[in-house]
Design a protein around this ligand. Sequence first.
Ligand code: PRT
Ligand code: ZN
Length: 222
Amino acid sequence: MLADRTRLHIALQKSGRLSDLSRDLLRDAGFRIQRSKNSLTARVENFPAELMFVRDDDIPTFVSDGVCEFGIVGQNVLEEFALGADEQRYEVLAELGFGGCSLKIAAPETLAYDGPKSLTGERIATSYPRIVRRYLAEQGIDAKIVKMNGAVELAPRLQIANFVCDLVSTGATLEANGLRPVETVLDSQAVLIRTTKMLDDTRSKLSAGLLTRVDGVLTTKE
Ligand code: PRT
Ligand code: ZN
């Protein structure tokens, strides 16, 4: 499918923690989203834009490639993507004030911890290997990163790693797994991103229009 050059394409998380809040933001900005329960796309009725519902992990790629001109994604996902990309082909336009969480290193409650040096020679299970590698380099710590795609909190019990580095909001999941946070590696929230690919006149004007509307919502929320 060739992207329609007469409209904007906005990549949103299909189903997950950011889905409803992303749609709410667009609705608050005055965009009427056509109902589509299971479809992967939805038209905006009163503005030439189409929403693309995808996995959050794919959003930075789509926007960087210009397949979607805009996207809404967590800074955690964006940062992990950026650290693996040769060049940055998107720009962050706004912090959206939802989807707040922190990427934290956590340890079993029974394990002694006395600052980052306690991580030396340890294994850390995470879905964010690049961000954790950068953190360790900044701290001058040599530790082994074990990449897991989910259920990271199980790693200590499975004896895969003593430490984990995972997203935390309330902390209930860590606690339920007998873990306690020991370091904050990254604070995150949802952001609006735009491709840095050159847009033709039509989409460039639409892009400015979309931004004005979103800014309006963010200003009233401040
Ligand atoms: O299917 P897809 O790949 O699109 O979704 P996903 O499963 O990768 O992501 P999803 O929907 O879980 O989260 C989307 C984004 O929401 C994340 O990338 C973050 O930017 C943001 N976010 C905000 C969170 C949380 N809060 C959060 N609490 N993402 C995950 N969590 C996890 C946390 O790791 C724990 O396992 O939710 C669980 C509950 O957290 P506590 O601390 O409240 O117990
Ligand atoms: Zn994901």
